[in-house]
Ligand binder design. Sequence first.
Ligand code: UD1
Ligand code: CA
Length: 532
Amino acid sequence: MSHSRVAESLTVKKPVRHDQQGKIAGLAVVVMAAGLGKRMRSKQAKILHQVAGQKMVLYSVRLGLRVAGDRVAIVVGHQADLVRQAIVRATSEKSGGSPVAIVEQREQLGTGHAVLQSRPVFAAGKRGSPSRYLILNGDTPLLQESTVRELLRVHEVERATVTVLTAVLADASGYGRVVRRRSAERGVLRIVEDRDADAEERAIHEVNVGTYVVDGEFLFSALDKLNPSNAQGEYYLTEMIHLAVQQGRRVAAVVLDDPNEGLGINTRRQLAEAEQLMRQRIRNRWLDAGVTMIDPTSVWVDATVTIGKDSVLYPNVTLEGTTVIGEDCVLRSYTRLTNCTVGNGVEILDHCVCADSYIEDDARLGPFAHLRPGVVVRKKAKVGNFVEMKKTDLGEGSKANHLSYLGDTTIGKGVNIGAGTITCNYDGLRKYQTVIGDGVFLGSDTQLIAPVTVGAGAIIAAGTTVTEDVPADALVIGRVPQVNRAGWAARRRALQTGVNHKTVQVKRTTKSTGLTRKSAAIVKSNQTKTQE
Ligand code: UD1
Ligand code: CA
């Protein structure tokens, strides 16, 4: 357990009731996410900034869903539409709809006022009012589920009205300070905000993390009594603690063992700090799960990525978004995968950039492959260096090993895509499809002018421009027939020597080679070109 209890415990332990999925009966969650976050100096609402590839607010929202099921309310305000969209998109279930309730705080009058906005969501319905509320700041992404469960447990055991999560920091500036009684028990008396604190209070190192468990029957009646007579003229949620103490109710506290968990992000520096901590936590999680990282600190894995056992990540690999990596994969350096699904036993060599694509079992990619959205690389298929693909399905065992562009294309099984093959899928206005059947052999430097279909088993000779559909098993050659002129090159060299020495000679020799004067000049300029 990564925290110690400060309030003394009672001998009777009353366990918190969990259902099978770990949801706690009678619990509701309120996430505060309406503030702009002035100290970020950003056009974007603070809680939309990302930590390890996930919008900050979603950490609190997902944590809420894990402990309270569908009884989660999120208070939005600044850029409400964007925040709502982000939350709905991230939490929508397959059956459609998001299980969270989103309420708007039109004016940001403080954290107490923010929580008050959620009252209608939990007004007694069929299920009755929640017996407890878990309140989370939207800017505390490092907070762990185990800590929240411990907070809930202590709240029960202590029979507290309010239980607050605290951390002891070397530099407590900016945070609300926890003022405790001078008695031996050192119970929490109140929380004083940084801007309202006197010198003595500012010297306190114990801070309020912004995570609370509050009894249902107390919360909203206390919020009704808040008074905005403070330095910021706001309704402070923290004032409920003093109100509880004044009413002779019990306030308990849990102190974080690892204060980093309580890091509240108010500035870009804190955002950078949270990013580092989160990345480290994610790497450790996958190392513990059986993933090898040759140089862990250089590997970047987003919070939403999963990696299978015995996969190996070389230095400087970046895995983003909803990427899923199977087992026994090898990912070499400087490869970046965004929202990709990778099967088992896949080898991706250095410097590949892939997005929104599927790579099936035992496929091999790179080095320097570029998969743009909509690519499927089927089992045992190979994509080699300098191959760009987009909206293309490369069939099982097929190979595109060198220097190609394949766009809007369906490729069957066992196909060989020769070096330098280009699908000409765009006429400047619209995109067209190319279909290549099973077992087709495309020679090098083939151009396929889409829309076009190449039947199964066909062979396309190197250098062909395919403009019409090709029947199955046909041979296609689309090139200017080759002409060999015996001795021509030697004669030109002789001619050229003449040109360089005496212009008069050119006229004479021109006749003897049978070339016009104009073509002799072209020959000359071509000669210069090939020498460049
Ligand atoms: C708050 C606490 C402080 C604690 C710190 C921990 C209060 C009064 N202070 O301060 O004791 O140490 O968190 O990080 O609660 N929000 C709204 N509506 C508002 C104001 C804020 O939804 O009107 C949201 C913000 O979007 C944010 C959260 O509440 O997610 C906290 O707000 P913030 O302004 O960051 O509070 P702090 O000053 O950090
Ligand atoms: Ca904050």
